[in-house]
Ligand binder design. Structure first.
Ligand SMILES: [Zn+2]
Ligand SMILES: [Zn+2]
Length: 131
C-alpha cells in the first residue's frame, strides 16, 4: 500500500475511519494494551512520558482497516500504531508530505519509520552533543 498510489480516495477513507466509533474504541484499547505492558506512555518522537489525553495515535500501517458494506472492519496490530504529542504528530505528517524521498518510499510503514527517526534525532539530541 503506497502513500502516493492512493491519493484523494485514501484520504477520505482515513478521515471517515478516524471519526468512527470503532476507531475511538480501538484507540482506547491501544492505550490499555500499552499501559498493560508496564511501560510508561511516551511520545514516539521526543520520547518524553505523557498521559493518554496528551497523546494521539499515528497509523504506521492502515492495512488492518477495511471498509465493508456493514461498517469498518478493524484489525490493526498494536505495532501498527504509535503514540505522539499532537505537535510532534503534526511534524511527522509534514515530513511525510513534504519530503520527496519519503513520498516515493513504497510503504507507509517504511516512510513513517524513517520520518520518526529523523524527528527523534531532531527532538532528542541535546545541543551540546551535536558535532
Ligand atoms: Zn513528543
Ligand atoms: Zn498520523
Amino acid at each position: 500500500m503506497s502513500n502516493s498510489r492512493r491519493p484523494a480516495r485514501g484520504n477520505k477513507y482515513r478521515a471517515g475511519y478516524l471519526r468512527s466509533r470503532v476507531w475511538f474504541a480501538r484507540r482506547a484499547r491501544w492505550f490499555a494494551e500499552e499501559t498493560a505492558t508496564g511501560n510508561d506512555l511516551r511520545c514516539a518522537a521526543c520520547s518524553r512520558t505523557a498521559k493518554v489525553r496528551e497523546l494521539e495515535l499515528h497509523h504506521i500501517d492502515y492495512s488492518g482497516v477495511t471498509e465493508t458494506p456493514t461498517g469498518w472492519k478493524v484489525d490493526e496490530k498494536h505495532s501498527d500504531l504509535v503514540s505522539l504529542h499532537p505537535a510532534h504528530h503534526e511534524l511527522l505528517h509534514r515530513l511525510l508530505e513534504r519530503d520527496q524521498v519519503l513520498r516515493a518510499m513504497r510503504s507507509r510503514r517504511v516512510a513513517s519509520a524513517f520520518a520518526l527517526r529523523v524527528l527523534r534525532r531532531k527532538l532528542t539530541t541535546p545541543i551540546t552533543e551535536q558535532p
